[in-house]
Design a binder for this molecule. Sequence first.
Ligand code: ADP
Length: 155
Amino acid sequence: MKKSVLFPGSFDPFTLGHANLVARALALFDEVVIAVGINEQKAGWIPVETRLIQIRAIYKDDARVRVESYSGLTTDFAHSIGTKAILRGVRTVKDFEYEMQMADVNRQLTGIDTVVLFADPRYASLSSSLVRELAHFGKDITAFLPEGFLLKNVD
Ligand code: ADP
């Protein structure tokens, strides 16, 4: 049976840090499902539909990567696509504490386990919010984004 892992997040935007996690997860799983969470309360910087287009373009030649959006609980979405594992990344102690709590609750409630990969040191200081802030001040953000990123969709 194909082993899939669900990689949920905001991906606003999808950065080299996210891409590094996907590449490493592909060494452990047969398939990675990148899932852009829809936050009803927060529109975000890039519209979700555009994020999907951008991430799909990055992985257009890799059949082992699927890109979806979802709303509601991550574990419900994981169940709906038949995935038993969630992938998350940890850069800092702050990330660690948050991810540990989420992973614990998710496993207790649903049995779905979380696989945590520690950030590659090259990307440990990289976050979507940092990229958004640099873009806001008119800086070139291409160095933080995967090759083939459709930047024309970003203001
Ligand atoms: P969320 O809003 O769910 O935290 P993000 O898109 O910010 O969504 O992040 C998705 C996942 O990727 C999180 O587990 C986050 O810790 C991880 N992540 C984000 N940036 C990096 C990075 N540079 N290196 C490793 N993991 C990262």
